[in-house]
Design a protein around this ligand. Structure first.
Ligand code: DOR
Ligand code: ZN
Length: 424
């Protein structure tokens, strides 16, 4: 038996058990155990007074780039970045080289993940090669360990194929995650279509490129009765469509990313390619609607869309630059800003970043119940720091938040009771 580890005097925030109070957490043999009255003499005690003890954060949308683009990120470096950001689990998108559309690639990812700093849940491709023509083999991938299906990075243009994907996925109890984009509207654009794109002389992507696709997914979910999860929601129109679909009882869940509730397309000014991602940063009214949707439950999850790229893809003309920013190490502090502003409660934050993603993906975690595996994040909500290049753990540095003063940070991340990150 491993010695007992006690996190003492922290503020336990555990919405799954409707808990938010000061309490100790006892951990033994990688699991949460019942706290006793007498502390054994050989116990390791960590005083976490003033800190929050929450279920390990789960990011259901990251790009780990392995296999194929290990110069941008690897499963090892990406999960180390995850641990530094307070995450104990991530779901990784299939747009690797080769695409994760078969059991061999899924198996490869899981083998590498076994020694990594966070749990890794592979997402398999909806279509072979994510080309949008033929469905991938879901049964084979499910047996190999995928938890969901997505052609993320690319939309599924063919509605009939998406309908079949939903039906086939549901028979394998796999969730479809939709990258909702009508590419006939977006394909020439490289940023949001707005006054800023006009001023910068860049081709725009209208909000409708997202909402048309979101509407289709909702209609197909309604038609088939199958659940769908909408990835990286960026517009107010999408929020309204999802809100009314939920009211009608459509089985839909949705996520947004910290950049959509923090930034607007004004960040593109100066042709900053670290403000380029897909979907693009939108205008202030969209940002406001995203924030309200996090508050009222229309959006279920905060996921980063962590998308590492090297300077080779980013130090180029804006319209040639790759889409995406890293996010694992800034997601928690950017979300804590919403808590400080009073927009969401601490408990709601834990729901958005841990409980809901666990439930939606159907994976363990998201709660601190006695007997659960001890995946735990300890947060110092007061800690202020400047997010600098030097502190980035990810292999890539494509973040628009470098140089920002942030507040609140994971100071201890435990994976099955063992520290994967520790600055206590
Ligand atoms: O900005 C993005 N980057 N959006 C995506 O959908 C894909 C991702 C990537 O893989 O770089
Ligand atoms: Zn995407």
């Amino acid at each position: 038996m491993n010695t007992l580890l006690i996190l003492q005097n922290g503020r336990l925030i555990d919405p799954a058990n409707s808990l938010d109070r000061q309490a100790d957490v006892w951990i033994q043999d990688g699991r949460i155990v019942q706290s006793g009255s007498a502390i054994p003499a050989d116990a390791t005690i960590l005083d976490v007074k003033g800190k929050w003890v929450v279920p390990g954060l789960i990011d259901m949308h990251v790009h780990l780039r392995e296999p194929g683009e290990e110069y941008k990120e690897t499963i090892e470096s990406g999960t180390q970045a995850a641990a530094a950001g307070g995450f104990t689990a991530v779901a990784c998108m299939p747009n690797t080289f080769p695409v994760n559309d078969n059991a061999t690639v899924t198996g490869y990812i899981l083998e590498k993940a076994a020694q990594s700093s966070a749990r890794v849940y592979p997402v398999g491709a909806i279509s072979q090669g994510s080309k949008g023509v033929e469905l991938a083999e879901y049964g084979e991938m499910k047996r190999a360990g995928v938890v969901a299906l997505s052609d993320d990075g690319r939309p599924v243009a063919d509605s009939q194929l998406m309908r079949r994907a939903m039906e086939y996925a549901s028979s394998h109890h796999l969730l479809i995650i939709s990258h909702s984009e009508e590419s006939s509207l977006s394909r020439n654009g490289c940023m949001n279509e707005s006054i800023v794109s006009t001023r910068l002389g860049l081709n725009g992507i209208p909000n409708a490129a997202e909402s048309i696709a979101v509407f289709r997914e909702l209609a197909l979910a309604e038609l088939t009765g199958v659940s769908v999860h909408i990835a990286h929601v960026s517009t107010g129109d999408s929020v309204e469509l999802i809100r009314s679909a939920k009211r009608r009882g459509v089985h839909v869940t949705a996520e947004t990313s910290p950049h959509y509730f923090t930034l607007t397309d004004a960040a593109v000014d100066g042709y900053d390619t670290n403000a380029k991602m897909n979907p693009p940063l939108r205008c202030e009214p969209d940002r406001q609607k995203i924030r309200m949707a996090l508050q009222d439950g229309t959006l279920d999850v905060i996921a980063t869309d962590h998308a590492p790229h090297s300077i080779l893809q980013k130090n180029v003309e804006f319209d040639h630059a790759a889409n995406g920013i890293i996010g694992l190490e800034t997601s928690l502090p950017l979300t804590l800003a919403l808590v400080r502003e009073g927009l969401i409660s601490e408990s709601r934050m834990v729901e958005l970043m841990s409980l809901a993603p666990a439930r939606i993906l159907g994976v363990p975690g998201g709660s601190l119940t006695v007997g659960d595996v001890a995946d735990i994040t300890v947060i110092d909500p007061e800690k202020k720091f400047i997010y600098s290049r030097e502190m980035i753990v990810s292999k890539s540095e494509n973040s628009p938040f470098i140089g920002w003063q942030l507040q609140g940070k994971a100071v201890l991340t435990l994976l099955a009771g063992k520290p994967t990150y520790n600055e206590l």
